[in-house]
Design a protein around this ligand. Structure first.
Ligand code: CMP
Length: 143
């Protein structure tokens, strides 16, 4: 069983896609074990996107992710990291496969609606940035 962090980014919230995105994750059988709506501070954004510091898109990325509320969640399931990434589609919506969230609702890499952790170490780190251990719940999910 694996856990991953999913963010519905400000554009996803502003376009009224919270329900659609959560629904797609739930329909795949993934279990939401933590969930909150919040505004990401510049400090949290800098920690979350530290690996991108110095890249040409970094400043714009920080402005975008802090520009409005996001929905943060911890999603659990077998191979949850890979399953979430497949459900989201490629980072660049223009290159994402039809049927994925980013292809169906997005067009540009700078407004790609969702974030999912890209590996086990990143997932553990990112979950720890957004959630305390006691905010992550345990329950049975019917398949
Ligand atoms: P995400 O999966 O959140 O991880 C890093 C983010 O940086 C990525 O989604 C995009 O939103 C953003 N990003 C990556 N490459 C570019 C780029 N070339 N131009 C603008 N934003 C980018």
């Amino acid at each position: 069983m694996e856990r991953t962090l999913v963010l519905i980014k400000p554009d996803g919230v502003q376009r009224g896609l919270i329900g659609e995105i959560i629904s797609r994750l739930e329909r795949r059988g993934l279990k939401i074990v933590a969930l909150k709506m919040m505004r990401i501070t510049p400090e949290l954004a800098a920690r979350h996107y530290a690996v991108h510091q110095g890249k040409p898109f970094y400043e714009g990325l920080i402005r975008y992710i802090t520009s409005g509320p996001v929905v943060a969640m911890v999603v659990e399931g077998p191979q949850a990291i890979e399953v979430v990434r497949k459900t989201m589609g490629a980072t660049d919506p223009a290159k994402a496969e039809p049927g994925t969230i980013r292809a169906d609702f997005g067009l540009t890499i700078g407004r790609n609606l969702v974030h999912g952790s890209d590996g086990p170490e990143t997932a553990a780190f990112e979950i720890g940035l957004f959630f305390r251990e006691d905010e992550i719940l345990s329950y049975e999910r019917a398949i």
